[in-house]
Ligand binder design. Sequence first.
Ligand code: TRP
Length: 321
Amino acid sequence: MRNIFLTGERPTGNLHIGHLFGTIKKRIKIQRKNKIFIIIADNQLNKNEKKKKKKNIIKLMMDYFSTGINIKKNCIFLQSKIKELLELSCFLSNFINVNTLKRNPIIKNNISDRNISCNEFFYPISQSSDILLFNANLIPVGKDQLPMLEITNKIVRNINIFFKKEIFRKCKALLSKNKKIIGIDGTKKMSKTQNNTIPINCKKEKLIKIIRKLKTDHKKKTIYSPGNYKNSVVFNYLKLFSKNEEYRLYKKDYKKGKLSDIKTKEILFLKIWRKIKIFRKRRKEIKKKQVKKILKINNKKARSISKKRISLIKKNTSFFF
Ligand code: TRP
């Protein structure tokens, strides 16, 4: 059977460089030969996040475009516009029990963190529905999403066993090679909720400010004392933005005390700004109005695929519907 690629994002604000080296890079590679379904997962927003939903959806689309994601070729669409997803979620929820969900690392962490809503508890089922409605088998995501896919595959197994035939196929994550990218606070993973990101449409002045504040090796006594690059967040980012050979030289010089912290920051700034400048330029090539139109067309396409798929699923699982 042919491969179908699907992935998604919650529309919570601008993309940041953490996304860039993880999922975006991977998608750009995949889109060379394939079409990707990209779900803007607005059903997976909490009450407060919903307030800025409309704005953030357009922001996300503009960001996709500016990083080089082909927003016409790929099918980027809005989760809430596809009613069949809800119908399928309801069906899927019969095939996973509450305790399995509670034990899942993502849900478990969230529950211990805060008082989550039932909707949040339902995310893994909603996400399974996203994948299964489009019959997707290859899912480009970050490592943090693996437990979610595990639930999807558990649901698939339970359903296929129950109906004694293959109603759905299993899915597989396509992970990007880069490890998690640290935030500008130098401790937590870069994420919008932690407010520790470098947005991909960052203005020059803001980028300078951010880089100025980045932690360097705090144990260094003078500018030209030997430094330990492992203590420097700047080096974390330099690694991402430099060629291997270049990075090796920076490390070597830093260790010897030949490269000052200010200089590393200058180099980093130039490298990040060169990338961001391209994004900012590309962003000007499209208007919000066009983006909205494309989204509308895609919603329609996704809806038409969904209708066909749900009727097939219903046919195969007849007495359940
Ligand atoms: N939960 C994902 C995230 O927070 C977003 C998402 C929604 C998704 N539906 C999906 C990812 C389907 C992959 C496949 O990033």
